[in-house]
Write a protein that binds this ligand. Structure first.
Ligand code: UD1
Ligand code: PEP
Length: 454
């Protein structure tokens, strides 16, 4: 089995560079389907399994794509299919984000219910409510959703019952090419929403208010490919901040944007971690014993659910008792059982976990139950006595670029062991951005799918 092996006890020092944000690049690549002419050139595209998956989804729909040196070039003058393949959509949540662009562009889509981290039920009712308000007709059955727009989508006033990141993005993309103006009330405010809006506007769209609870999108007739730099990954940055703090380290996280990390920074400061913000990144130093703090996850600008498990790892080594409350997803404490294998003292009570800090952690064989849980286990292992083996690496590979190499460069005693030569070789091929497989433009049988209203 492929695993990461960590021998705890090394203090991390040095500089680590943050990659482009997974949760920004995935909707941006989906939005590239909106452009009927010109290439989109997306820079700072991280080499992640999720990026490879969305690339395959786009290619299956007829887009032509190349990826080299963290730059992805996409052109989709013709869409050749309205059906997103089940094997790809089930792999990750964000692949569902092609629904909005396809509906807007060709008025038809067939897509399976999305996969992603198993952290709750993760319904898509708010996405569908938005599309229906814009005139789409939706049918559901046997795990698939079919939607058609008998005429061009029309602008609508949409109130989201929950400030869903994905629903805000999907509706924003559909509205970009709709007839008239759409407003999204109770919209999600995450930095990734702002990044997507900036890209849509660069393509000729008219989105205003992204980053606030009210987004206004004036539909345009057509959009052109554009160049865009993806924002740095705030969750990856936050993970390295925790890794520095948990080892009593001194790490500069290059590229991290402090404004995107305000809730994480303020909790770390409350605990006694020293943070220095600058235009080029964030320095995280920790030399004293850390204080326990309570943490409650909330939509942005609250404490991010994607940092909850890493924060819990840090609370395990603080002095005192902390209460961690998860309000965004109903089943995001799967890592607790894994931490307990490392001698952690945590009790789950409904949506809260009571963490008793200061109990020495010991190395163990643990499994990443989801993407961030995997990162959190690695953070805990950096501090634990002895050796920890982390398996379930397919989760971690979805969202962290070379976490082993980056931590090793900071002085961690960490290595990755592939299951066998053949698996290692297959993984190396599938992840090689510069490989011929990914550089080659896919040859697509170009069959022009007409909008149903054309
Ligand atoms: C690819 C991506 O960007 N993933 C992020 C995105 O996921 P994702 O976009 O899936 O998360 P949402 O913001 O949609 O989910 C937030 C909450 O809303 C609920 N909900 C959502 C949609 C809907 O139609 N109905 C509904 O009830 C969900 O079950 C959840 O309880 O935001 C999450 C919350 O910050 C992050 O943890 C994920 O990393
Ligand atoms: C939950 C996450 O991802 P996804 O929404 O893609 O499952 C995450 O990035 O932590």
């Amino acid at each position: 089995m492929t695993k990461i092996i960590v021998r705890g006890g090394q203090r991390l020092t040095g500089t680590v560079r943050v990659s482009g944000a997974k949760n920004a690049v995935l909707p941006i690549l989906a939005a590239s389907l909106l452009a009927t002419e010109g290439d989109s050139v997306i820079c700072d595209v991280p080499l992640l399994d999720d990026v490879m998956t969305i690339q395959d989804v786009l290619a299956s729909l007829g887009a032509q794509i190349s990826y080299n040196n963290e730059t992805m070039r996409v052109s989709a003058p013709l869409i050749s299919s309205f059906e997103a393949p089940y094997e790809l959509i089930r792999k990750m949540r964000a692949s569902f984000l092609v629904m909005g662009p396809l509906l807007a562009r060709i008025g038809r889509v067939r897509i399976s219910l999305p996969g992603g981290c198993a952290i709750g039920t993760r319904p898509i009712d708010q996405h569908l409510k938005g599309f229906e308000a814009m005139g789409a007709e939706i049918t559901l059955g046997q795990g698939f959703i079919e939607a058609t727009a008998p005429t061009r989508l029309k602008g609508a006033k949409i109130y989201l019952d929950v400030a869903s990141v994905g629903a805000t993005e999907n509706i924003m993309m559909a509205a970009a090419l709709a007839n008239g103006t759409t407003t999204i009330e109770n919209a999600a405010k995450e930095p990734e929403i702002v990044d997507l809006a900036n890209y849509i506007n660069a393509m000729g769209g008219k989105v205003r208010g992204a980053g606030t609870g009210m987004i206004r999108i004036e539909g345009v007739e057509r959009m052109k490919g554009a160049k865009h730099n993806v924002i740095p990954d705030r969750v990856e940055a936050g993970t390295y901040m925790i890794a520095s703090a948990i080892t009593g380290g001194d790490v500069f996280i290059e590229g991290a944007i402090a404004d995107h990390l305000t809730p994480v920074i303020s909790k770390l400061q409350e605990m006694g971690v020293e943070i220095t913000e600058s235009d080029s990144g964030i320095r995280v130093r920790s030399s004293q014993s850390l204080k326990a703090v309570d943490v409650k996850t909330l939509p942005h600008p609250g404490f991010p659910t994607d940092m909850q498990s890493q924060m819990m790892a840090l609370l395990l080594v603080s002095e005192g008792t902390s209460v961690v409350t998860e309000t965004v997803f109903e089943n995001r404490f799967m890592h607790v059982e894994q931490f307990q294998k490392m001698n952690a003292s945590i009790k789950v009570d409904g949506r809260s976990a009571i963490v008793t800090g200061g109990v020495p952690l010991s190395g163990a064989k643990v499994c990443a139950t989801d993407l961030r849980a995997g990162a959190a286990l690695i953070c805990a292992a950096l501090r634990a006595d002895g050796e920890t083996e982390v398996t379930g690496l397919h989760h971690i590979d979805r969202g962290y670029v070379d976490i082993t190499g980056k931590l090793a460069s900071l002085g961690a005693n960490i290595s990755r062991e592939e299951a066998s030569e053949s698996v290692a070789a297959a993984q190396a091929i599938s992840k090689s951005a510069d490989s011929a497989a990914y550089k080659r433009e896919k040859e697509v049988a170009v069959l022009k799918v007409q909008p149903t209203w054309a």
